[in-house]
Design a protein around this ligand. Structure first.
Ligand code: DGJ
Length: 717
């Protein structure tokens, strides 16, 4: 039998697949993923395959050593298996053979079967016009007895010059901390067992050439579009090629396929680039191409959490509505504290009715004030959660996911923020919550829900037998959001989980933005936002302007620095403006106006980060897709490594276009708080992108926590 080769080419990327049903395990292998190889004839593809074939060592298997998309023992892969399943142990060795393939839009679908194990596997591989590969898998039990699936993950090989792994780590209010390890023999495994990706999620697991940065170094990365338990791994076996792998992490017996039943794996998104800017840029464009991607200007919002915390009363919120309107806010979002009995984190989750003690006339007067001021109304919910101290828990204690049978608080497992997870896979619990949310949305003109999730989904025994319920819960949440979106047209939803604990393309497929972190200290936010944008484009990342002293760190920062940090994403304010002297509001308004004037560019352009050896200086920008317009920030984070700092290059510009470069700031705000260098005085300078990207420009003498904003406009001929 001869091998079949499929060469997908798009967006500057090639993905070359090969399969041969005569192999022990005939699943498709990837012969190349990376730079576009150009048009290749079948003879050239055969030669390439030959040249790629690894040498068989002594006592090695008699099969080619290139791992398949779902690598298993029967193909000679002795690393972490892509597929684990059996019928009480029987049929645990799988030998899937491809029976054929069909072309689909932007890619191919392979059909494979294993008659002995009585399973069928469909693999979908697409390469989008943006150069992003998306992999899917569906496993069907073709036998007559139940099939226990333990794992189904997808892998892509990375070449031997990928020697370094990058992923993110972190914790609540300290999300998205980058970490690097060498890609040596063995596996670097990132498991998330919290029922959500978590604050420490890898976000994108990347492997690249030694020292790869934002602008250079070839790099490959994968992301699992899934909001439940998951595993990402970078593995280099001694006997073959290294892979990046990702898949759902299944708990014991979480998936038992009945005869004829199919398990659909979460999609793996894979992006390649020369430098992380290119890798992330491809992902951004892929996300932007979705039909559901927000295409209207992102409404500047005010969120009440760090302004009033649980004291969401009319006395506090009414003046805040007026102050929000005065600075140009377009959406007013009432955070936690508005529902029955909710005065702190200890009680009331589950009792989704307006608190009549604080709100004797309901939310109507507030909503009217918001809408009369021309703003949209938004509100916070945490539908998946329940406090034991709630009417809901008292009425339905069996609706709580828990480790096992038993009464009393101990039987619920470890508490977190005094709350537990509602068993949404229980139809009665689902119906109750869906009804409560529909009622809230029917009774108020809500344009936006902030959907929170403040504890991990652990010890999550579902139903009367307390079987593992994380997957079922995740699917129930997806269903609930889909149902709300279908019934309440135009509703936007934010995914928040104690800040950035649930950021993934599964949740983003049905929501409209993520809350990156509860830490709005501008210094910390610089890092959080930079790394969140490794996956998520800026228009989907909530970036808020907070008070002078950040609540999470106690650090005090000037307004300019806080505003230039929040400027880039989906801009918001999280600050009790009602307490400010009236003369301060116009200053804030100028920043809001600056953001509004820039958002068409910021929310559609290409994000670029400049590599710079001084860690106290960060340079990043957004360049319009047509490269006619750009905004850059040079940010002084701390004490400079040298003084003066020297020049920085501005990447991502068109080399042959001439740009007018000038200082950017809010209209009428006057000089920045640092000495403006001669090259930025008056009308600024005019230089080609080639010069700006190679020779660069001098960094002004800024103190720590100061930013120089630049606007670059193509000179019209
Ligand atoms: C955690 C979120 O991250 C905060 O922004 C806020 O909504 C609180 N929960 C409310 O309890």
């Amino acid at each position: 039998m001869t091998a079949t080769r499929i060469h997908l080419r798009a967006g500057g990327v090639s993905l070359l697949l090969e399969y041969d049903a005569s192999w022990a395990n005939g699943l498709p292998r990837v012969l190349h993923w990376g730079n576009d190889l150009g048009r290749l004839g079948s003879r050239q593809l055969a030669d390439l395959a030959e040249a790629a074939r690894p040498r068989r060592g002594n006592s090695a298997f008699s099969v080619p050593g290139i791992p398949s998309l779902v690598p298993v023992e029967a193909e000679g892969w002795l690393g972490r298996p892509g597929l684990i399943g059996s019928r009480h142990g029987a049929g645990y060795v799988t030998r899937l053979a491809v029976t054929g393939h069909e072309e689909i839009e932007q890619g191919v679908r392979f059909h494979a079967v294993d008659d002995a194990a009585q399973i069928a596997l469909d693999l979908t591989v697409t390469l989008s016009p943006r150069g992003v590969a998306r992999l899917g898998a569906e496993l069907t039990n073709t036998g007559r007895t139940p099939y226990d699936l333990e794992h189904l993950g997808l892998s892509l090989p990375v070449p031997s010059h990928a020697t370094e792994v990058l992923s993110l780590a972190g914790s609540q209010a300290h999300e998205r901390v980058p970490q690097r390890v060498p890609l040596v023999v063995g596996a670097h495994v990132r498991e998330d067992r919290k029922g959500r990706p978590g604050h420490d999620a890898p976000l994108v697991l990347a492997a690249g050439e030694s020292g790869f940065g934002w602008e250079s170094g070839e790099v490959w990365g994968v992301h699992l579009a899934w909001s439940g338990n998951q595993v990402h791994a970078a593995e280099r076996p001694h006997h073959g090629e290294a892979v990046l792998a990702a898949g759902e992490l299944l708990l014991p017996h979480e998936v038992t396929l009945a005869p004829g039943e199919t398990y659909s794996a979460a999609e793996v998104w894979a992006s390649h680039g020369h430098g992380l800017n290119e890798l992330a840029g491809r992902l951004h464009e892929e996300i932007r191409a979705r039909a559901t991607h927000p295409r209207t200007p992102r409404k500047v919002l005010l969120n009440t959490w760090q302004a009033v915390y649980f004291k969401a009363t009319p006395e506090r919120l009414m003046p805040l509505v007026d102050a929000a309107a005065a600075v140009g806010v377009e959406r007013f979002v009432v955070d936690d504290g508005w529902f029955r009995g909710r005065n702190n984190a200890q009680s009331a989750l589950g009792d989704w009715e307006v608190d009549r003690t604080s709100w004797p006339d309901g939310l109507k007067p507030l909503v009217e004030r918001v809408t009369a001021a021309g703003m949209e109304f938004g509100i916070w919910v945490e539908p998946e959660m329940i406090n034991p101290d709630s009417d809901l828990a008292r009425a339905h204690p069996d609706w709580i996911l828990r480790p096992g049978p038993g009464q009393g608080p101990d039987s619920l497992g470890l508490p977190s923020r005094s709350q537990y997870v509602l068993d949404l896979a229980n139809p009665a619990a689902y119906r109750y919550i869906a009804k409560a949310l529909h009622r809230l949305l029917d009774e108020h003109p809500v344009g936006y829900l902030k959907w929170d999730h403040n504890r991990p989904v652990t010890e999550a025994g579902h139903g009367p037998t307390h079987t593992p319920g994380v997957r079922a819960h995740t699917l129930a949440v997806y269903r609930l959001i889909d149902e709300l979106k279908a019934r309440h047209r135009g509703l936007e939803i934010e995914s928040c989980a104690s800040g950035g604990g649930r950021i993934d393309l599964g949740i983003l497929a049905r929501t409209d933005r993520i809350w990156a972190s509860d830490c709005i200290d501008a210094l910390d936010r610089q890092e959080v936002q930079r790394w969140t944008q490794l996956l998520v484009p800026p228009e989907l990342v909530g970036t808020h302007l907070g008070p002078e002293t950040a609540h999470s760190t106690g650090r005090t920062q000037p307004l300019d620095f806080r505003a230039t940090t929040a400027l880039w994403g989906h801009f918001g304010i999280e600050w009790n403006l009602a307490r400010l002297p009236a003369e301060d509001l116009p200053v804030i308004r100028r920043w809001v106006e600056l953001h509004k004037s820039l958002r068409p560019l910021l929310h559609t352009g290409r994000v670029v980060v400049a590599d710079h050896p001084d860690p106290s200086l960060w340079v990043h920008g957004v360049v319009a897709q047509d490269q006619q317009d750009a905004v850059f920030a040079m940010t002084s984070l701390g004490k400079p490594a040298t003084s003066p700092r020297g020049r920085v290059r501005l990447p991502g510009l068109d080399p042959s276009t001439s740009y007018d470069v000038r200082l950017l700031g809010p209209e009428g705000a006057g000089e920045p708080p640092w000495t403006v260098p001669s090259w930025l005085q008056g009308k600024g300078i005019r230089l080609p992108g080639r010069v700006l990207g190679s020779a660069g420009v001098q960094v002004p003498a800024m103190k720590p926590q100061q930013t120089c904003l630049l606007r670059l406009t193509a000179r019209q001929a």
